[in-house]
Design a protein around this ligand. Structure first.
Ligand SMILES: [Mn+2]
Length: 251
C-alpha cells in the first residue's frame, strides 16, 4: 500500500531516520527543530520499534497523531507477524523484539494491527516538482515508483529477509545503501527525492535523488538524524547532544 499525501501548504515536512524505540531522542530533536504539531508533519523511514526503551509507546503515538506518518520497516514487519510464525518470532527476538513478551495481550493485538496497517511507501506531492517518496529500504530495480502503490504486505511471507517479493526490496534490501557508500549516483525516476533508512551509516548520504537517513541512532557512537531537505538542514542527536548541520546533495 502507498500513502499519498498532498503538499504541506501551511508548515514544514521533516523526516527522521530509524528511531528504534528511542522516543525521548526523537522528541528532543523535534524540540530543537522547533517542530509545530499543528502545522508541521513528521515522516519516519520505518523501524520505529525494537532495541530502544519505548517501542510500544512510539508506535501507538504514531498511529494516534495526525502529524506523524511512517512507512513500515522490517522491524514492524516482524511485529505484524505477531509471533504467528516461530521462525519470524525467533529472528525478531534476536533482533530487538524481546520487549513484546512483556506487553499485555490486548496491547499486543493493537500493536500487531497498527504495524500491519502501515504503508509500504509514502508519496508526498510537491507544489512545483515531482513528489517526494519515503520507503524503508529500496524500491525494486524492476518496478517503476507508481506501480508500488499496489504492492501488498503479507505478514507470513514478507516478515523474513530475502523474500523474493516486492516487499523483499522495500523492507529488507541493502543494495542501494551499498551502492551509495560505493560512490554511485542513484536516481529514482518520477521522484524529486526518495528518503530511506534501514542500513546504519557513519553519516547520512544524499546522492542523486536518494537520501539515506539511518545514522545508527541506537548504536554506540551513532546518531539519530532529523532532516528538513527543503530547508537544507538537519538536526542530529548523538553522544554530545543535538547539533544542527547543513543538509545538501553530495553528488
Ligand atoms: Mn530496518
Amino acid at each position: 500500500m502507498m500513502l499519498r499525501l498532498p503538499a504541506n501548504r501551511t508548515g514544514r515536512d521533516l523526516f527522521v531516520g530509524d528511531v528504534h524505540g528511542h522516543a525521548d531522542r526523537l522528541y528532543a530533536l523535534l524540540d530543537a527543530a522547533g517542530f509545530d504539531r499543528g502545522r508541521d508533519r513528521l515522516f519516519s523511514v520505518g523501524d520505529l520499534v525494537d532495541r530502544g526503551p519505548a517501542s510500544a509507546e512510539l508506535l501507538l503515538a504514531q498511529a494516534d497523531a495526525d502529524w506523524f506518518h511512517a512507512v513500515m520497516g522490517n522491524h514492524e514487519a516482524m511485529l505484524a507477524n505477531g509471533g504467528r510464525d516461530p521462525a519470524v518470532r525467533a529472528r525478531w527476538r534476536d533482533n530487538g523484539g524481546q520487549w513484546f513478551d512483556a506487553v499485555d495481550a490486548a496491547t499486543q493485538a493493537r500493536l500487531v494491527e497498527r504495524a500491519a496497517a502501515l504503508p509500504l511507501t509514502i508519496e508526498i506531492a510537491q507544489p512545483d516538482a515531482d513528489p517526494i517518496g519515503v520507503v524503508h529500504a529500496d524500491p525494486p530495480d524492476d518496478r517503476a515508483w507508481p506501480t508500488l502503490a499496489t504492492a501488498a504486505f503479507s505478514a507470513g511471507r514478507d516478515a523474513l529477509p530475502d523474500t523474493p517479493s516486492v516487499c523483499g526490496a522495500l523492507l529488507w534490501s541493502r543494495a542501494g545503501a551499498r551502492r551509495a557508500r560505493g560512490g554511485e549516483v542513484l536516481r529514482v525516476p518520477g521522484l524529486s527525492l526518495l528518503l530511506s533508512g534501514h542500513t546504519p551509516m557513519h553519516d547520512w548520504i544524499w546522492t542523486g535523488n536518494r537520501l539515506f537517513l539511518d545514522t545508527g541512532g541506537y548504536l554506540d557512537g551513532g546518531a539519530l538524524t532529523l532532516a528538513e531537505p527543503a530547508a537544507a538542514r538537519c538536526w542530529q542527536l548523538g553522544g554530545g547532544g543535538v547539533i544542527e548541520r547543513a543538509l545538501l546533495p553530495q553528488r
